[in-house]
Design a protein around this ligand. Structure first.
Ligand code: SF4
Length: 233
């Protein structure tokens, strides 16, 4: 007998101490036709997983000008294999959170809610855990910290680009188009600032210092360099 489609509560707000548990059985059905957005930390983790630079990774494995994971012809994520996720230890945050989504307000208030699962997903829900425990088992916290830092950085970039040309209507329009292009994943000029290896590599060569091998240290340096660039604009 065919099993009934999975139906889950939508729009219910969960805190970290809310009851929630989910066990993925790697059926892979959730890895089709999804836009998996990427930030520079996620790109760096995936590039390290593949043994290549972030510049090479962005060119081979991403779409929308480096802001999302590429898909195969049938809509499967480029990393989906017959054995499941081919980059499991370095998978992006959205894959770690699934089937939860995370929202953060401008005041840094955080909450979670369930996303609609694939109707034939083999994942199992239960009530013997909390959201916090689920996040821990998924190794989500470093990715959450990274996304929050990069959201703030992109906000700073937008602010600087918008305010520096405020008196020039034509330039203002150009900058707004640039930001829109970046948000839509179409603008090369801003996107290059988010290529961690390229930016950190250039900085370290200029300063005559070694490039950090640790992704977290490289991220710290990347954010520092972009912030310095913003303050000098
Ligand atoms: S990165 Fe892995 S878990 Fe995420 S969609 Fe791709 S195959 Fe699925």
């Amino acid at each position: 007998m065919k099993s009934l489609p999975v139906v889950r509560p939508q729009g219910v707000r969960y805190e970290r101490d809310s009851t929630f548990s989910y066990a993925c059985h790697a059926c892979g059905r959730c890895c089709y036709h999804k836009i998996i957005h990427l930030n520079p930390y996620e790109v760096a983790r995936l590039a390290q997983n593949r043994g290549i630079s972030t510049t090479e990774f962005l060119s081979h494995y991403t779409a929308a000008n480096g802001t999302a994971v590429k898909q195969q012809n049938d809509g499967a994520c480029i990393f989906l294999t017959s054995q499941g996720c081919g980059v499991h230890s370095d998978r992006p945050l959205v894959c770690r959170l699934y089937p939860l989504g995370r929202q953060v307000t401008a005041e840094a208030e955080e909450w979670f809610s369930e996303t609609a699962p694939h109707p034939e997903s083999e994942g199992e829900y239960s009530t013997d855990g909390t959201v916090e425990e689920f996040l821990t088992t998924q190794g989500a916290q470093p990715f959450i910290e990274a996304v929050d830092r990069y959201v703030e950085l992109v906000g700073q970039m937008s602010h600087v680009l918008l305010t520096k040309t405020i008196h020039d209507a034509k330039a203002q329009q150009h900058v707004e188009e640039l930001i829109e292009g970046f948000v839509q994943g179409q603008d090369q000029e801003i996107s290059v600032m988010l290529d961690m290896d390229q930016i950190v590599g250039r900085f370290c060569a200029d300063q005559g210092v070694p490039i950090p091998s640790n992704v977290n240290e490289k991220m710290d340096l990347h954010i520092q360099v972009v912030e310095e660039w913003l303050h000098n604009e």
